[in-house]
Design a protein around this ligand. Structure first.
Ligand code: SAM
Length: 303
């Protein structure tokens, strides 16, 4: 969804951009290449990813500034450093392919003896092992259902709780084995790999991916200049619902009760939603990258 996203951002020469999810710097590279003389600020939770991205962006030295940290904290940095007036903000949520491909990071259900880790930010001590061994059966079932949209959430949570009574669950392979056995054979391979949804759910929990997302979208939009655009790519329905709700909030005037004769809330519309319906991946992109199947792009413009 690179092209759709870049064209949706309406890139300009001499622009100021923020990429909150730098990742492999695919989007950042194109922003710097296409928007001549522009400046890019970026954040990522993953220090290893940042080192790779810096290498990729080296042709644009002096035009980009990268911060290791959560994009949710960027509005504060922007205020402190007086960086207001952005032309574009991009959030490409979720994880990068280099994170999944490196099995030692524990994100992949194809990993075996690798530790249950799943941290994007290695400075944080909380890992997937803590979730799997420390959460109550009820909380496990809740995150598997809510973040993984896993039909067999309760069964899997029960099997995890049972298995850890004898031994702490420490590797990706052990978790995969437990999940596989918990799903009835008939449904096991119904929707891709049986552990796919469990791994997604645990990763979202470990990295607190949904916490503060709504507030971050609202405050990052407020960093934009008039006519500046925010593009957000999400990968699952809960995330997309948050993006949609934040854009709706930004695009709404007065929210007073209709029975009141005059507005008392003082709320003013701050943005226009450009994508009435989310943009999804083209058939060419789907053929190249199956992960793009669940991607949804929404764009709004500051007024
Ligand atoms: C889908 S990838 C981005 C790919 C990137 N657009 C590219 O072109 O290569 C998401 C990246 O965002 C990072 N990330 C996820 N949540 C984050 C957050 N709240 N703050 C900062 N970075 C985050 C992940 O570490 C990952 O590298």
């Amino acid at each position: 969804m690179l092209e759709e996203c870049l064209s949706g951002l309406n890139l300009k020469e001499n622009g100021v951009y923020f990429d909150g999810t730098l990742g492999g710097a695919g989007h950042s590279y194109e922003i710097l290449r296409r928007a001549k003389n522009s400046v890019l600020y970026a954040t990522d939770l993953d220090e290893y990813g940042i080192a790779r991205a810096k290498e990729k962006l080296k042709d644009f030295d002096g035009r980009f500034f990268i911060f290791h940290g959560n994009f949710k904290n960027f509005p504060e940095i922007a205020e402190r450093e007086n960086l207001g007036g952005f032309d574009g903000v991009l959030l490409d949520l979720g994880m990068s392919s280099f994170q999944i491909d490196d099995k030692s990071r524990g994100f992949s259900y194809l990993a075996e003896n690798e530790p249950l880790d799943m941290r994007m930010n290695k400075e944080v001590s909380f890992t997937a092992r803590d979730v799997i061994n420390g959460y109550s059966e009820k909380d496990l079932a809740r995150i598997l259902k809510d973040y993984g949209e896993e039909k067999f959430a309760s069964k899997i949570a029960k099997s995890i709780a049972e298995a850890r009574k004898t031994k702490e669950i420490t590797t990706c392979g052990e978790l995969v084995g437990i999940v596989e056995k918990a799903i009835p054979v008939k449904f096991r391979y119904e929707n891709g790999h049986p552990a796919k949804r469990t791994f997604q759910a645990v990763r979202i929990e470990v990295n607190g991916e949904l916490e503060g997302l709504y507030e971050a979208i609202v405050s990052l939009t407020r960093l934009l200049k008039k006519g500046g655009r925010i593009a957000v790519i999400s990968f699952h329905s809960l995330e997309d619902r948050i993006v949609k709700r934040a854009f709706k909030e930004l695009a709404t005037d007065c929210i007073c009760d209709k029975s009141l004769p005059v507005c008392v809330c003082g709320k003013k519309k701050e943005a226009e939603v450009i994508t009435k319906h989310p943009i999804t991946a083209s058939s060419e992109e789907l053929a190249e990258n199956s992960r793009s199947k669940s991607a949804k792009l929404r764009i709004a413009e500051k007024i």
